[in-house]
Write a new protein. Sequence first.
Length: 118
Amino acid sequence: MDKILIEQLKVEALIGINAWERKIKQKLLINLELSVDCSTAAATDKIADAVDYKSLSDQVMTWVKNSDFQLIESLAEYLTKNILDNFPAVANIKLRLIKPHILSNIAAVGIEIERGRT
């Protein structure tokens, strides 16, 4: 299986459990590793035969911007489900969601989950 990589997609979201986090949007970084069969797209050289990563990235940004989760775990699960539901060529997804500079003594916190079609 081939991989499409989207690294450090920057987006802001209302996310967190603290009172101050419920009032301001915070920067998130999203890394995606999408398992896809790219052989047809490679042979035809046509975007119609490929996963359009611009479209996918735009959709992820919209989902995040419109979300209102407390936990990054919940947001990560929501995003993987929506990608699998809306992009049928994606067989498996590994998503890493990073919340940078959230704690004064830590560069970032994050979660990595992997989901696939059942």
